[in-house]
Design a protein around this ligand. Sequence first.
Ligand code: PGA
Length: 217
Amino acid sequence: MKQPFIIGNWKSHKTPNEVAEWFAQISPSVRSLEATVILCPPFPLLPQCKELIKKQQLPWKLGAQDVSQYPVGKHTGEVSATLLKEFVEYVLIGHSERRHMGETDAILFEKVKRVQEVGITPIFFVQGKDVAIPQRIPVVAYEPLFAIGTGKADTPEDAEKIAHFFKTEKQVPTVLYGGSVDDKNVSVFMSCSSIDGIVPGTASLDPVVFSHILQYA
Ligand code: PGA
């Protein structure tokens, strides 16, 4: 049995009160599961999530949803990889929602460099086979545009084909699938031989559904 990677991408959701409620409703049984669970809240919620993960003895890690392309310095509003290192082990880079905001391959590759310099693992998002990826990237998440937040996941056959391509042609060790993953389809994607894990967005916002996803992965 493979140990699944499960990335909860909260995007721009939740307030401190909602975070407290969310953690209170996470099933205690998920504590003993053999999985790499990486929760990705918005930046200001990282310290609170770190505290609650510790308090509830969850064997989970934290990830950030973005990082500055610049090092520490005079960059108003930016969050450096050096600061993030205090809170997270992973950073999401290249999500299609950020590409739509104008992030180019050059910017994304700089971000990968910044996080690798400080020892954070980048999770690099691709929307298809033809997307450029940095050399020696450890984790790629395939998320087709039509499947994000639509309730219409890709077929497991197609997701498997793309995951297989990145594993064999691009030598990416870990490949994930994201796009309308929920507690009903998670086991289908996890049974694909080239898919090592999943990235639930909408479904990670509900603690009961997220607990089910962890149990069924
Ligand atoms: P979704 O989002 O699960 O709501 O489709 C996934 C993502 O965009 O990472």
